[in-house]
Design a protein around this ligand. Structure first.
Ligand SMILES: [Zn+2]
Length: 355
């Protein structure tokens, strides 16, 4: 089967994106327009010259170079109207490649200002997602990230917003805030320091995930499992500890994998292949996600094609896509409803499935 046919197959496949950062999902053209509107200085004033500054190329040398892009974007993310637009465009981009449900995450305190509270940031996101649902039909929900470098005061504010907006009973009808994540430098700020938030989330019945084992070792993976997180962001260092790996398989904790993201941030050394295939063989539930589609200049179809290059067959990838529905942060009746839709679409495609 040709690369074009595979691309068409993966584009048509119903998909979910459960690890998708709003601040990493801006279109370069939108960055340019917003910079002009809000008079934010950018390294270039035309799309061609600006794009290399707001997208990280394969030649990216380090995580620092990757994170520098975010510093450039943040001044644009502090206006309610801009936030709403970005959320709306993300839904449009998802719908264009048949992503049926996307869980969008953000650290509201990184976007909040004296004039714009965390609550207002979240309201703007929800407004954009709702408009997107109405126009393009892709459902969505929001995961709130605490930020590792933030102090307890900021993280408490973000957590309070999460509590205030949490509403998981009718996600397929209206986007809402559903869960908790922890993002940022995991080497400098270990997960264990944020345990109390996760304990509280568990008591409140919030859905939980956590970036862990993305850039360093397994200590944060151990902590995440001790805190009973429902999913793990990346977790690529899991291979270093067979006991921990067995535990993840036994408890069916899925990994939110971002293949291109892991390669570009150099979380996987250039000399090595991504462990996604090894995880799958070991029985770990994996999901494929964009992480930062705008900054990486990718879409989810690209990630499925990437996985195919790692050795996954089209049928295996269709099964992974279907399996990811079971890990969505929503009540089981809604997951079942979505699963039935996926099954119907996939069975319709299976006759034409490339091998
Ligand atoms: Zn992430």
């Amino acid at each position: 089967m040709s690369a074009e046919a595979l691309d068409a197959f993966f584009r048509r496949l119903p998909k979910t994106d459960i690890h998708c950062h709003l601040d990493g999902s801006l279109r370069p053209a939108t960055v340019l327009e917003l910079a002009r509107r809000y008079k934010v200085k950018m390294p270039a004033d035309n799309l061609e010259d600006l794009t290399p500054h707001v997208q990280v190329a394969a030649t990216c040398r380090s995580l620092k170079e990757f994170l520098d892009v975010f510093y450039l974007l943040y001044p644009l993310l502090r206006y309610a109207e801009a936030i709403e637009r970005i959320a709306y465009e993300l839904i449009e981009d998802c719908a264009a490649e048949n992503i049926r449900h996307v869980e969008v995450r953000l650290a509201p305190e990184l976007q909040a200002t004296e004039k714009l509270s965390s609550d207002q940031v979240i309201s703007a996101v929800l407004k954009g997602l709702k408009k997107g649902l109405e126009d393009f039909g892709t459902t969505s929900s929001v995961i709130i990230c605490l930020f590792r470098a933030h102090g307890p005061k900021e993280n408490r504010r973000a957590f309070s917003s999460l509590r205030k907006f949490f509403k998981a009973d009718s996600i397929l009808e209206e986007p809402a805030v559903v869960g908790l994540d922890l993002a940022g430098d995991e080497a400098k700020y270990p997960t264990i320091e944020f345990s109390s938030f996760y304990e509280e989330a568990k008591k409140l019945g919030l859905y939980t995930t956590c970036h862990a084992g993305e850039t360093v070792g397994t200590a944060n993976l151990t902590a995440a499992l001790e805190l009973s997180v429902m999913r793990i962001g990346h977790g690529i260092h899991l291979m270093e500890d067979p006991k921990l790996l067995a535990e993840v398989v036994r408890r069916r904790v899925p990994l939110e994998i971002g293949l291109t993201s892991n390669m570009r941030t150099k979380s996987i050394p250039e000399s090595q292949t991504h462990p996604a295939r090894a995880f799958h063989r070991a029985g770990v539930a994996i999901t494929l996600n964009t992480d930062d589609r705008g900054i990486l200049g990718i879409d989810l179809t690209h990630e499925y094609a990437f996985a195919h290059k790692l050795g996954f067959t089209a049928d295996e990838l269709a099964a992974i896509s279907l399996g990811s529905v079971d890990h969505l942060f929503m009540p089981s009746a809604q997951r079942a409803k979505l699963r039935r839709r996926f099954e119907a679409e996939i069975s319709d495609m299976s006759a034409k499935s490339p091998k």
